[in-house]
Design a protein. Structure first.
Length: 320
């Protein structure tokens, strides 16, 4: 008998939270005319697929969603683009090449129309490591030929050839460090959720003075960080953001900072942007002096679709 009251209370709390989020954005963003120090787009799970009949795009997963996202990023004058994996739907080399075709349509020579370079902050996902299976045999007919066409057989060289950036830092199997305008991004390529190497990688960079506790740190993965890995980053860095994909959740259902409400390392899911997803969503992220603002975008509609999520940049912990 008390359910109507409970539902009304939930609705009131949700409305209040949305109102507060909108107010906070108005205060820290455009209302103060503060110019962001860094702007980047964030997308994931584009799942481009080549056709069974040839080397072109399939009709179903043809990169259209990815291209729409990149155009929104271009219009926002981004400094960089984050992609959290699952580029190739079946793990074919040609599918990654087609991803590059889409990229070059929007960012020829990795640049905006004004000539500004756009940094590529990319990781791989589980689909990018698919090996020979019935679907690949349907394209290539022979298993011996198919083996030469799969990314997983030579990922490092194919990644370097297609994107012009190293897959990993020297001495590591899955990790790479990016820096854009003084902000740091740690990339961890797909490895079935084993983040021990990533933790060790971050320790090494911190010991060398590359990473600092009081600077925001963005960790890019395909699947969400484990609790143990989040605990490490929460302990060692004042403001951490784990951007990940894999789950294909639309913005309308996303719970920001999932599974990490009390942690300094917040895990934020990037929705799916493949063509056949019912919604193609992602973020335009703006980093200010004291705030990180996540603008939640519908790339088809070319507009924001929910209040921004605003994350304060925390001061370093006081040493005991």
């Amino acid at each position: 008998m008390r359910r109507p009251f409970t539902d009304s209370l939930k609705a009131f709390v949700l409305a209040l939270a949305i109102g507060v989020a909108s107010f906070v954005q108005a205060v820290v963003g455009p209302a103060t005319n503060e110019v962001p120090k860094l702007v980047f787009g964030a997308v994931s799970d584009t799942h481009i697929m080549m056709s069974f009949r040839g080397r072109g795009f399939s009709g179903r997963l043809n990169g259209e969603g990815f291209e729409q996202a990149l155009k929104c990023f271009r219009d926002a004058n981004v400094d960089a683009v984050v992609h959290c994996g699952d580029w190739a739907h079946r793990g074919h080399i040609r599918e990654m090449e087609l991803s590059r075709v889409v990229w070059d349509r929007v960012f020829p020579k990795d640049s905006l129309p004004n000539g500004k370079k756009v940094a590529k902050l990319f990781v791989t996902g589980n689909h990018d490591y698919f090996d020979v299976n019935d679907k690949s045999l349907a394209v290539y007919k022979s298993s011996e030929v198919a083996k030469t066409k799969m990314l997983c057989r030579d990922m490092a060289n194919q990644w370097q050839r297609i994107w012009g950036i190293p897959l990993v830092d020297e001495g590591y199997k899955h990790c790479h460090h990016y820096e854009v305008k003084g902000y740091h991004f740690l990339a961890h390529h797909w490895s079935d959720k084993n983040y021990n190497e990533l933790v060790g990688f971050s320790r090494k960079l911190k010991d060398r003075g590359v990473l600092k506790e009081d600077q925001p740190l963005f960790v890019l993965t395909h699947s969400i960080l484990t609790a143990r890995a989040r605990g490490h980053f929460s302990k060692n860095f004042s403001t951490g953001i784990n951007l990940f994909g894999h789950w294909h959740t639309p913005h309308t259902n996303i719970n920001f900072a999932v599974r990490s409400e009390k942690s300094r390392m917040k895990s934020v899911e990037i929705p799916c942007s493949r063509k056949d997803c019912p919604t193609r969503h992602g973020y335009i992220v703006k980093v200010y002096e004291k705030w990180i603002v996540f603008e939640c975008w519908d790339f088809d509609a070319k507009r924001k679709i929910r209040p921004d999520w605003v994350r304060p940049i925390a001061p370093p912990r006081k040493k005991k």
